[in-house]
Design a protein around this ligand. Structure first.
Ligand SMILES: Cc1ncc(COP(=O)(O)O)c(C=O)c1O
Length: 401
């Protein structure tokens, strides 16, 4: 089909919930994407922080093909080896003792919320009101009803009210406000150690450590949402490793399935004790084929030098944008960790994204005024230099208009 036909047929058949770019993607290679007209784009968004190993990674394709020839899906009624191997990798490299597998970030959050409720019921059988949840302004946890209930942005919430009862929001990084909001009825506190969608806001160590103490003192579960910032994105396997605080539960997704849908909730043994067979489930969750791809992703991320490169390349990008801030008035602030960078602007970030497309650079936004860079984690320093050579003039020229 021609580009114009694809676009018009899409309008006819697909529910319009997205503002899509004005090109049709065809294939990819490393950090590059190509459209149907042969134009090349440097991808600084990676399918929204999913494609950690970029495009066309041979090991992922081979592992997936090999497993697909044997078995793609059997449901979670049966034992399969790839799922166990992936769970082992996640548990042995984290605070977690057990994994629950699902298909997306929002489902991983749903699982964490449900498990926190079950834990509260088990530990506080005499308090039927222990179901309150504390979340933070700027949070994004997903679009299903539970996850949406702890997502702060009005625009996402209003069309679907009422949401879950008992949810409160306070300022991100404001420990005093959190202290004032938590009570004996608090069941869980859910937080992104590095807020993505909300503008790329980095938590302070004091904040996360304080939430750890606070939840412990009130018998509430601490949930870290690392759907976007976890699995290598920040230059550590998990973002919270930067801050000296560990949660009771953690939601993962995005890069975990090598581009295929996978989510996971990691939990401690103490939380796991509240969950019994039949309490929660997923038909597709972590089928053998996706797990085969996921094993390659985790293996690569944990290979020597990989995370160091993520940290170095991300720091380089931020340092270069910081230098450019001196002479580009449109840049307000640069922030982030590893390969998740937010550039706060005085102009609408979408303008820069649109001009980036025209120049062959794929960027994202995080709210109205923040440009988001979440490139494939395999990006090398020389590729980052090319990004900077394109990004700085783009910011300088668009900002002037
Ligand atoms: C921090 C965070 N949590 C949850 C989600 C929801 O993930 P999904 O879109 O896979 O449901 C996202 C998606 O962007 C996210 O960034």
């Amino acid at each position: 089909m021609e580009k114009s036909e694809i676009m018009s047929q899409e309008k006819k058949y697909i529910l319009n919930t997205y503002g899509r770019a004005d090109f049709v993607l065809d294939h990819g290679d490393g950090i590059y994407l190509y459209d149907t007209e042969g134009r090349r784009y440097i991808d600084c968004l990676a399918g929204i922080a999913v494609n950690a190993l970029g495009y066309g990674n041979k090991a992922v394709v081979e592992a997936l093909s090999r497993q697909a020839m044997k078995l793609i899906h059997v449901s979670n009624l049966y034992h399969t080896e790839p799922q166990v191997l992936l769970a082992q990798q996640l548990v042995e490299n984290s605070f977690g003792d057990k994994v629950f597998f699902c298909n997306s970030g929002t489902e991983a959050i749903e699982a964490c919320l449900k498990f926190s409720r079950a834990r509260a019921k088990k530990n506080f059988p005499d308090n039927p009101n222990k179901f309150d949840i504390l979340a933070f302004h700027g949070s994004f946890h997903g679009r299903t009803m539970g996850a949406l209930s702890v997502t702060s942005r009005e625009k996402y919430r209003l069309p679907f009210l009422p949401l879950l009862p008992g949810v409160r929001f306070v300022e991100f990084n404001d420990l005093e406000a959190a202290r004032a909001a938590v009570s004996k009825n608090t069941c869980a506190v859910v937080v992104e150690p590095l807020q993505g969608e909300g503008g790329v806001n980095v938590a302070t160590a004091e904040f996360l450590q304080g939430l750890r103490e606070l939840t412990r003192a009130h018998g509430a579960s601490l949930i870290f949402d690392e759907v976007q910032c976890g699995v290598g994105r920040t230059g550590r396997l998990f973002a919270h490793e930067h801050f000296g605080a560990t949660p009771d539960l953690m939601a993962l997704a995005k890069p975990l399935g090598g581009g295929f849908p996978m989510g996971a909730a990691l939990l401690t043994e103490e939380v796991a004790e509240a969950i019994h067979p039949g309490d929660h489930a997923s038909t597709f969750g972590a089928n053998p084929a996706i797990c085969a791809a996921g094993l390659v992703v985790i293996g690569e991320i944990l290979s020597p030098g990989f995370l160091e490169n993520v940290a170095a390349v991300g720091s380089f990008i931020r340092a270069e944008v910081q230098k450019a801030k001196e002479f580009i008035p449109a840049i307000r602030e640069v922030r982030g960790l590893g390969q998740l960078t937010g550039i706060e602007l005085t102009v609408k970030a979408q303008e820069i994204v649109a001009e980036g497309f025209r120049r062959g650079l794929i960027l994202g936004t995080a709210g109205d005024y923040v440009l988001r860079l979440a490139p494939p984690l395999i990006m090398q320093m020389e590729e980052a230099r090319i990004v900077i050579e394109q990004l700085i003039p783009l910011l300088a020229e668009t900002g002037k208009k």
